[in-house]
Design a protein around this ligand. Structure first.
Ligand code: AMP
Ligand code: MG
Length: 460
C-alpha cells in the first residue's frame, strides 16, 4: 500500500482517520475485482469487514480526506471536499477510498455517513457500467456498520470501498487554483494519469487535451448505453474519465433526449441529451484553472485553451456519429439511414435498448418485433448494410441488457429487507448483465410505467 496523495501540498487534504463503527459486517464483496487487484491479506481474511469499514487501517497515517470545490448546478461552491470519504491509499496503483466512513473537516452540515440503499446502488451501477464497457470506478466491497443513519427515516448505515485510477476531479483543480497550488496539482495529475504529456511541447496544454479526449470517450459510452448521470457538477467529474458518483443516476428506457430522473433537476440541466453541453461547460471550468500554467502571457493562454475547447463539439460529434452508425451496423456515419433512424426514435420514443436488440434479431434470423412505423425504414436498412459486418458491429456496440431502473430499485429494496442473501442475488443479476442468463430470470423487460414516475435523489 502506498499513499500518493501525501505528495500534494497539505492545503489540499486533511490527514484523518475514519470513524469507528459499532458492528461491521461484510454485505457485498466483489470477488472478480478482488482477483484483479491482488489484495493485501488483511482484506481477504476473517476481519476483512474491520478494514472495509475503516475500523482498522492496514498501516497508520495513511488515511486522507481530499478537499475540492465545485460548480453545483452552475453555482460555485468554493468549499466542498471528502465530507464522508477517506482515501486509504493505492492497491496495485488504484486508489482505494472509503465512502460513508465518518466526519472530516469537509463535512459541513453532513453526518459523514452513507445509508445502505445508496451504497448498494453504487455497487450495482458501477459494476454494471464496467460490464457494459463504460469507463467507471468500481466497488470492491460494501459493509454495514451496525449503526443507524438518519435520512427521511432511520436506515442501516454502510461503507462503500471505491476503486478508481484517480480521485482527482475537475473540482480539485478549482480548489487548487483558489489556493495558489495549481502547478503542484497539475504536475501530480500528469504523473498519476498521463505521464506522456511530459513529452509534449506544452505538457499542461497536453494535459488539457488528454482530459478532453478522455471525457468525450466516456460521454459517448454514456450515450451508447443510455446512461444519465444526473448530477454532473464539476466535483462529480473525475479527471480520469471514470464514471462515478452514482447517487441520482438512471438508465434511459424510452428514448427521450430531454429525459431527467433526478428530483432536483427541474430545469433539465443534466438531462440525457444535455450531457454533452454540460461536459463542455465543465471542461471550460477545468481550462480556466490551467491558464497560469499554459504560458506567461495570459491572453495567449486563454486563446490556446479556447481553441481546444472549441474543438469539443466537433470532436464529440465525430465520435458520437460513429457510435450511432455502429449501433445500426454501419462502419461510418455517412449513411442518411442513421439520422433518419434517430429521428424516428425520438419521435416514437421506443425503448432505447430493445429497439436495437430487435433490429439485431431481424438480421440473425430470429423473429423480430419491430414497430410498424419502422418497417419501411428497416427494409431499406436491410438492403443497405453488409449483414456479416453489421452483426459484428451491432453486437459489439449495443448492450443486450442494461441495469433497468426498476430492477436496480428491486435489488436495493431486497438488500434493505433481506440482506442475508443479497450477495447471491446481485451476483446473479450481474451475471445476467454479462450475458450469462440463468434460466427463469424475469430480468430485461422494459417497464415504461415505472420509468414515467421514477425519481432519483442527491444528498444520499
Ligand atoms: P455529492 O452530492 O455526493 O456529490 O456530495 C456533495 C458534497 O457533499 C461533497 O463534498 C460530499 O462529501 C458532501 N456530502 C454528501 N453527503 C454527505 C454526508 N452525509 N456527510 C458529509 N458530507 C456529505
Ligand atoms: Mg460528489
Amino acid at each position: 500500500m502506498m499513499q500518493r496523495y501525501l505528495a500534494l501540498p497539505d492545503s489540499l487534504y486533511q490527514v484523518i482517520k475514519p470513524s469507528k463503527v459499532e458492528d461491521p459486517s461484510l454485505l457485498l464483496f466483489n470477488q472478480e475485482l478482488a482477483a484483479e487487484l491482488d489484495l493485501p491479506p488483511q482484506l481477504l481474511g476473517q476481519d476483512a469487514a474491520e478494514y472495509f469499514c475503516g475500523n482498522q487501517l492496514i498501516s497508520a497515517q495513511l488515511s486522507l480526506a481530499l478537499g475540492y470545490s465545485g460548480h453545483q448546478f452552475g453555482s460555485y461552491n468554493p468549499q466542498l471536499g471528502d465530507g464522508r470519504a477517506h482515501m486509504l491509499g493505492q492497491i496495485n496503483g488504484y486508489d482505494w477510498q472509503l465512502k460513508g466512513s465518518g466526519l472530516t473537516k469537509y463535512s459541513r452540515g453532513g453526518d459523514g455517513r452513507c445509508a445502505l440503499g445508496p451504497a448498494v446502488r453504487e455497487y450495482i451501477m458501477s459494476e454494471a457500467m464496467h460490464i457494459l464497457g463504460v469507463p467507471s470506478m468500481r466497488t470492491l466491497a460494501v459493509t454495514t456498520t451496525g449503526e443507524a443513519v438518519h435520512r427521511h427515516q432511520a436506515e442501516a448505515g454502510a461503507v462503500v470501498s471505491r476503486i478508481g485510477r484517480s480521485h482527482l476531479r475537475i473540482g480539485s483543480f478549482q480548489y487548487a487554483s483558489s489556493l495558489g497550488v495549481i502547478k503542484e496539482l497539475a504536475d501530480f495529475a500528469i504523473d498519476q494519469l498521463c505521464p506522456e504529456a511530459l513529452d509534449a511541447d506544452n505538457p499542461y496544454l497536453a494535459l488539457y487535451q488528454i482530459v478532453q479526449r478522455t471525457q468525450i470517450n466516456t460521454l459517448v459510452h454514456w450515450y451508447r448505453v443510455g446512461f444519465i448521470h444526473g448530477v454532473m457538477n464539476t466535483d462529480n467529474v473525475a479527471l480520469s474519465g471514470e464514471t462515478f458518483d452514482f447517487g441520482p443516476c438512471a438508465m434511459l428506457g424510452e428514448y427521450k433526449l430531454e429525459q431527467v430522473y433526478s428530483s432536483i433537476d427541474q430545469q433539465g440541466r443534466y438531462s440525457f441529451g444535455n450531457q454533452k453541453r454540460i461536459m463542455q461547460w465543465n471542461l471550460a471550468r477545468f481550462a480556466e484553472t490551467l491558464i497560469p500554467l499554459i504560458c506567461e502571457n495570459e491572453q495567449e493562454a486563454i486563446t490556446l485553451l479556447t481553441q481546444e475547447l472549441e474543438h469539443f463539439p466537433n470532436a464529440f460529434e465525430q465520435e458520437y456519429a460513429k457510435m450511432c452508425a455502429n449501433k445500426l451496423g454501419f462502419e461510418h456515419s455517412e449513411n442518411p439511414l442513421v439520422s433518419e433512424f434517430f429521428e424516428l426514435l425520438q419521435t416514437h420514443a421506443w425503448d432505447y435498448t430493445e429497439i436495437f436488440n430487435q433490429l439485431y434479431h431481424s438480421l440473425s434470423g430470429e423473429k423480430p418485433q419491430l414497430p410498424s412505423e419502422l418497417l419501411d425504414w428497416a427494409q431499406r436498412w436491410q438492403r443497405a448494410i453488409n449483414h456479416q459486418q453489421a452483426l459484428l458491429l451491432m453486437s459489439r456496440t449495443n448492450p443486450k441488457a442494461i441495469p433497468r431502473n426498476h430492477e436496480v430499485e428491486m435489488l436495493i429494496t431486497a438488500a434493505e429487507n433481506e440482506p442475508q442473501d443479497i450477495q447471491l442475488k446481485i451476483d446473479n443479476y450481474l451475471n445476467y448483465l454479462k450475458g450469462n442468463v440463468c434460466s427463469g430470470t424475469s430480468w430485461g423487460n422494459p417497464d415504461a410505467e415505472f420509468d414515467h414516475q421514477y425519481q432519483t435523489f442527491c444528498g444520499t
